[in-house]
Design a protein around this ligand. Sequence first.
Ligand SMILES: [Zn+2]
Length: 531
Amino acid sequence: MQRERLYLFDTTLRDGAQTNGVDFTLADKLAIARMLDELGVDYVEAGYPGANPIDTAFFAERRPLKGKITAFGMTRRPGRSASNDPGLAALLAAEADAICFVAKSWDYHVRVALETSEEENLASIRDSVAAAKAKGREVLLDCEHFFDGYKANPDYALACAEAAYDAGARWVVLCDTNGGTLPHEVETIVGEVCRHIPGDHTGIHAHNDTEQAVANSFAAVRAGARQIQGTLNGLGERCGNANLISIIPTLKLKREYAERFEIGVSDAALGHIARVSRALDDLLNRAADRHAPYVGESAFATKAGIHASAIMKEPATYEHVAPERVGNKRKLLVSDQSGRSNLLAELERIGFAIDKDDPRLSRLLDAVKEREAQGYAYESADASFELLARRLLGKVPCYFEVEKFDVNVEQRINAKGERVSVSLAVVKVKVGDDALISAAEGNGPVNALDLALRKDLGKYQSYIAGLELTDYRVRILNGGTQAVTRVLIESADEEGDRWTTVGVSANIIDASFQALMDSIVYKLVKAGAPA
Ligand SMILES: [Zn+2]
């Protein structure tokens, strides 16, 4: 059966760059553009040449990508000719395959924001599209506020879209700029537009203000649109844009879409999509959303014992797709609610063959329950669970011993007259017969302790060289004077593996120390370091 081509347009580097707290450097932009290209998106919208130095630099030279590099900018200003508009000139000069113009399509905005006539706005669209076509660029037109505009004045909104299409735009993109339109409205309106403009020239650009940007994108496709715009991890201002990391697996794995449409993302690339999602979070230096559909750490996690035994027999019983298809993995949570079947399954996954009647199994279950009652959270800390299991089954070597540590926090006024805190940690470690002493300064006591601990582990140093802490979370349990602190530390290594460890104590430094130690020991076990 002949499948129809559906196009993916990524705007992580343009709309996604509007996110609060996101500031891409040129190197970031190039790295993300390469990630998008490996994934197989058709268009990479990289920025707004002329608007800021980084975007201007991006478009100053030809960037070798398979996808079409797209420059974004405004149509010519009202009252100017296309040849006499510096903004438009910068856009036309950009080294890009395609140009995406943004134009008003809501009469109210034309009057109030643009302060021009409806006819002049249409002329600006026609002239700008024609100018970009004349420069040999593929042209897209983002119709800003299209859905609100259509509800207020359908004839005018449609006239804007048709002006672009008639002037030769390859794509007319319907934007839900305020993000408030609902899926049934999108489906109806896109259906009406596609009676005037062919669906294979119509795109959807949805924002997530009602948590329905992904649903709105699919509603538009059902109504005829054949281009979806979105961002990695749904990055974007306010509540974000449509999340391509959720859209792509649905297009590839759900029958309704997979049988009808072909996209540029291969099965092999889909198998790396979880990694792409995490790589973006790493680059932004933020923790990954563990509940993200398809790619989150918890997306295929199961807690209740009865589900776990069924999953072991037949994964499809509780999984809507196979986790491996999207580069994720199944996870059976071990917690005080879990039964023996979870525990057995989890032990099997980490490589322990143990009989279900083995008395050690009950001991491990009791230990998990007892420690969880103290505040440990093994369902969040897979690596600490594995170490606990290995220790109870007698299989963790004693690589090194921390004889003592000392952490010191000093607050003082520096030479510039600013109040600063500096932390210093000193750690005394015994590795075999060697006693090693390391000291390190950090921006806080835990940071200093971590740096000192990992500074010199003697013969094990090479095994932990690629170890990195990627997230640190603290939670106070119980509250009041009896408060206990739980620390969860997420680590990663040079192979791209990630694991989480836990520590619990009335003292935050002790809790952090336990979690740091578990992380290091886990890495040594994983790397097969000799005892
Ligand atoms: Zn947008």
